[in-house]
Design a binder for this molecule. Sequence first.
Ligand code: CA
Length: 117
Amino acid sequence: MSNEVRWVDLNRKTVIMIILAAAIMVSVFYAWYFRLYGATETLKEDFENGFDEWVANADVSLDPNNPGHLIEWSITHSNDVASSGRYSLKFFIDGRQDDGTIWIEKNSCTKRHSNTS
Ligand SMILES: [Ca+2]
């Protein structure tokens, strides 16, 4: 009888230890996973010193009002309006044709399977 009680106590302790070990392993896995894959990094650009590594680009059509030329557009370093510091980039596109897209782009390294937005 006494041995049966000890055996049940031993099993109970074993089960508790297994559950505790599993909980610790799951916690460590989640901490590792989110540190490796779930970390977010915000890319902030101030444009105080020009374009830095950014490059202006556009997808515009020919201007029907100026044959042989593309729709006028530009992206320039400017001190007209800045949300931070003194400088920003100023985007201009002639929207009379309701066509065209302009943007800036830059190469960057990301981790495998990471999301960008
Ligand atoms: Ca700025």
